[in-house]
Design a protein around this ligand. Structure first.
Ligand code: ATP
Ligand code: MG
Length: 174
């Protein structure tokens, strides 16, 4: 699975509709501090179903909606779409939209789906909002500074065995 295109409207600093075509090979995004580079990575995690506002540097999920500036009024919704080049060659579009006071809604190829369906689509392709392939800013420093026990937890998550510990604890309690 490859991300071919990312579209944003009203997401964080991307108030006007923006479209990024991601070509094959390595893509670099450069720009001055605060121009929105990290917001783009967060948009990818968000459309994949990220449920934690804190990991998107917000207090609540509605904080992803453009909050307004002195020159522009706030928006009342945010929408992110990713176009995926699937393994079977067929393209699929995943869309997440949030409206103030109404929560999030998801669509796959124009069909309304549950958050769970989106999570499954990405899990089957061994990726998703919590994939270790998405490394947030400051994360490398956090790994270097972590206590050994916390670093082990990160390695276990990367190795895909974190779920086993949850199940073991569950079994021990029974
Ligand atoms: P750096 O190089 O410092 O890492 P960056 O390019 O990664 O910067 P981001 O962190 O992606 O920048 O963008 C930060 C900008 O996004 C800030 O100017 C912040 O005000 C703006 N921003 C974040 N959330 C919103 C929002 N909900 N509405 C409007 N602007 C927002
Ligand atoms: Mg950044």
């Amino acid at each position: 699975m490859r991300i071919r295109k990312l579209k944003l409207t009203g997401f964080k600093s991307f108030v006007d509709p923006a479209e990024l075509v991601i070509e094959k090979g390595l893509t670099g995004i450069v720009g001055p501090n605060g121009c929105g580079k990290s917001n783009l990575l967060e948009a990818i995690r968000w459309v994949m179903g990220e449920a934690s506002a804190k990991s998107l540097r917000g207090g609540g999920m509605e904080d992803v909606i453009f909050a307004g500036t002195t020159a522009r009024p706030a928006r009342d919704f945010a929408e992110v779409s990713i176009l995926l080049d699937q393994l079977d060659g067929r393209d699929a579009e995943v869309v997440r939209r949030i409206e103030r006071g109404a929560g999030s809604a998801y669509r796959i190829d124009g069909r309304d789906v549950r958050q769970k369906d989106v999570a499954l689509l990405f899990a089957d392709a061994a990726t998703g909002a919590h994939s270790p392939a998405l490394v947030s800013q400051g994360r490398i420093g956090a790994i270097i500074a972590a206590k050994p026990v916390d670093r082990r937890a990160m390695l276990e998550e990367a190795a895909g065995i974190a779920g086993l510990h949850v199940r073991r604890r569950d079994a021990e309690l029974k």
